[in-house]
Design a protein. Structure first.
Length: 152
């Protein structure tokens, strides 16, 4: 698959997630969506990243935006990670890396690249960042600006 570009419709998916349910992208039509792909539950950078996004979740919610974290760990790992850190948005399990492949965020040897996509109300990509090294992450402020753009 060719690399996703700004303006492309985001690939549909359905994944199991925390909160004992499945999440399908299509259920969020009409709302901006932030997809935060991260490599690993409990790793230092992922912990810092998801805590930062969780601390800002009220700002995203006020704009009507939905945030979903996606990584290849099991649902049990996600539940533990979410509970231990107090993450306030769903974490989805992409064990087979199907969604990561569709979004072009798999690096060498099938490892997740730290990546973020912001989708508008029609689920078109208005912001994308795919990290090469993954040692840093996009700030909540940067993502909130992208959500504002998605609402224009």
């Amino acid at each position: 698959m060719s690399e996703l570009q700004l303006g492309d419709v985001a690939p549909e998916f359905s994944l199991v997630g925390t909160g004992d349910r499945s999440y399908a992208l299509g259920e969020f039509v009409g709302r901006p969506v932030v997809l935060a792909f991260y490599p690993d539950d409990f790793s230092p950078v992922c912990t810092t990243q998801l805590r930062a996004y969780s601390a800002s979740i009220d700002d995203f919610t006020e704009l009507g935006a939905v945030m979903l974290g996606i990584s290849p760990q099991s649902l049990d790992s996600h539940e533990s990670f979410k509970d231990r850190l107090g993450i306030r948005f769903p974490l989805l399990s992409d064990r087979e890396r199907v969604v990561a492949k569709a979004y072009g965020v798999l690096g060498p040897l099938g490892f997740y690249r730290r990546s973020v996509f912001v989708l508008d109300r029609e689920l078109r990509i208005v912001y994308r960042h795919v990290s090469r090294a993954g040692l840093t992450f996009r700030s909540s402020d940067e993502l909130l600006r992208a959500v504002h753009q998605a609402l224009e």
